[in-house]
Design a protein around this ligand. Structure first.
Ligand code: SF4
Length: 106
């Protein structure tokens, strides 16, 4: 029978290895759940209208070649069509979109 401290070390290592093995799976599930839960911001929503949000930056006079994808407040992954914006918690915006709160990335 192993000594108590040896047993607890074994349990600690088992827990650590199990946690490390499951972390990527949990992260993937969390990302998938977030993606499924986030609704796309409607340009006709009052909060979107307040900042002249459009889903197509090319149609916005003030965009000057900028879009949500190049905005400091955009949190979508590179190359994706839409993602979260810090200005609209719980909503996704189009990467090709734009609003008057656009800010340059630092
Ligand atoms: Fe797009 Fe930036 Fe406006 Fe958010 S703050 S809607 S990312 S331009």
């Amino acid at each position: 029978m192993p000594a108590p401290d040896r047993l607890s070390r074994r349990r600690f290592l088992q827990s650590t290895l199990l946690g490390a093995a499951l972390a990527p799976l949990a992260l993937g599930l969390a990302r998938r759940a977030r993606a499924a839960a986030a609704a796309l911001l409607s340009p006709s929503a009052p909060e979107a209208k307040a900042v002249q949000y459009t889903e197509d930056a090319k149609s916005a006079k003030g965009a000057q070649g900028n879009s949500c994808a190049s905005c400091a407040l955009y949190q979508g992954a590179s190359g994706t069509a839409q993602g979260p914006c810090q200005l609209f918690p719980g909503k996704d915006v189009k990467a090709a979109g734009w609003c008057s709160s656009w800010a340059p990335q630092m």
